[in-house]
Design a protein around this ligand. Structure first.
Ligand code: NCD
Ligand code: ZN
Length: 368
């Protein structure tokens, strides 16, 4: 008798978007854009270049450089390319109300990003005194410009595992109280404290969750040998926090949405005894890995909301109209991949991913 095998599971969802990604620049840009634009429609592009993207003019120029690397399509109903980089500006002590109005007028800037000075990669130009930004937040609130936040205190005496929770208590809570109409995105959350805060805050406060914070905890980073590939900021926390993030992402709550924080660094900068660069690269397999994480929780029915609806709704943008189809079929992630003239080690290098994208169902043109 022939062995019966159940057909591979499939899932068709509205085309997803990535609400937090680093595309880098120059030689590194093409690889980042090629991977990120495989299936995502829109990308919220982080501005932490060197020097950072601080005004609408610079954002326009960066956007053009990104578009020059993108493959054409997929196309939406109106025949427009549904790949769209949504630009952000980097807040410095010089950012002011005029920067906000110019950004609004440009039509291409969708958020301002707050990096506390020294919090992470290329954040030296960030802000020391967050209270000094209150007039700026007022202008952003008035003009409907969302605030995207890297939520960690930077006081070097604060334990690195406590930096997010302390930031919420000392900085974020007062900001949300003083500016109740300001849309705030707490990026790449890593703790149950962040989940609780976002859940109890108003509908103007939301959070992105990376796939690496769903897949890993600090044991993966530190136990049995330090693994630079898992070092990112905010740093991976203990497994109870990982569980809280998994619950939040798969809860169906519209306050949580997909943001990979895919942040590539060359292998040599990661495997560096004098300081491993912070950032995990996941753009090569992002929606596939989220599918795997959701499938593990028997929550595939919640993936579309998290990946394709909640972010667009929060940013006040239309949901994508076309779809992609995921299929439960194993494939191998390469050990390394080219990154400009360097190499990088992608997340899950050399391992099997259980889901792949079977089809990118454009409404008009085919992507491939
Ligand atoms: C990011 C990077 O490398 O640009 N690194 C990271 O660990 N996530 C910056 C950031 O978002 O913190
Ligand atoms: Zn980031």
């Amino acid at each position: 008798m022939a062995e019966s095998s159940s057909p591979a599971r499939q899932l068709t969802i509205t085309r997803p978007d990535d609400w937090h990604i680093h595309l880098r620049d120059e030689d590194y840009l093409p690889a980042c854009v090629a991977d990120a634009s495989r299936y995502f429609g829109r990308l919220i592009v982080m501005p932490n270049l060197v020097p950072p993207v601080t005004d609408a003019e610079a954002a326009k120029a960066y956007r053009q450089r990104i578009l020059a690397c993108a493959r054409p399509g997929p196309f939406n109903e109106e025949g427009q390319d549904s790949f769209e980089p949504l630009m952000t500006l980097y807040i410095t002590p010089e950012t002011n109300a005029t920067t906000v109005s110019e950004a609004c007028r440009s039509g291409i800037v969708h958020a301002f990003k707050l990096y506390p000075a020294g919090a992470t990669t290329n954040s030296a130009a960030g802000v020391d005194q967050i209270e000094s930004l209150y007039p700026l937040f007022e202008a952003m609130q008035d003009q409907g410009m969302p605030l995207s936040i890297h939520g960690e205190v930077t006081d070097p005496t604060t334990d690195i595992f406590d930096r997010e929770a302390l930031f919420i208590e000392q900085q974020l809570s007062p900001i949300c109280e003083k500016f109740p109409e300001l849309k705030v995105i707490l990026e790449h959350i890593t703790t149950s404290d962040a989940v609780d805060f976002v859940n109890s805050a108003s509908s103007n406060v939301a959070a992105t969750i990376t796939v690496h914070h769903l897949m890993y905890n600090r044991n993966d980073l530190l136990s049995g040998g330090i693994r630079p590939i898992y070092y990112c900021l905010p740093v991976l926390k203990r497994n109870t926090h990982q569980q809280a993030l998994i619950s939040a992402a798969t809860s169906g709550s519209n306050k949580f949405f997909l943001g990979t924080d895919s942040a590539p660094h060359p292998k040599t900068a990661k495997e560096n005894a004098c300081g491993c660069a912070a950032g995990c690269y996941s753009a090569h397999a992002a929606i596939e890995l989220y599918a795997e994480a959701f499938a593990q929780e028997n929550a595939l029915d919640k993936l579309e909301g998290f990946a394709s609806f909640h972010g667009a709704d929060f940013y006040g943008l239309a949901r994508n109209k076309d779809t992609i189809t995921l299929i439960e079929e194993p494939w191998e992630v390469p050990q390394t991949q080219p990154f400009g003239n360097d190499q990088l080690i992608p997340l899950r290098a050399g391992t099997t991913v259980n889901w792949r994208v079977a089809a990118s169902n454009s409404l008009i043109g085919e992507k491939f």
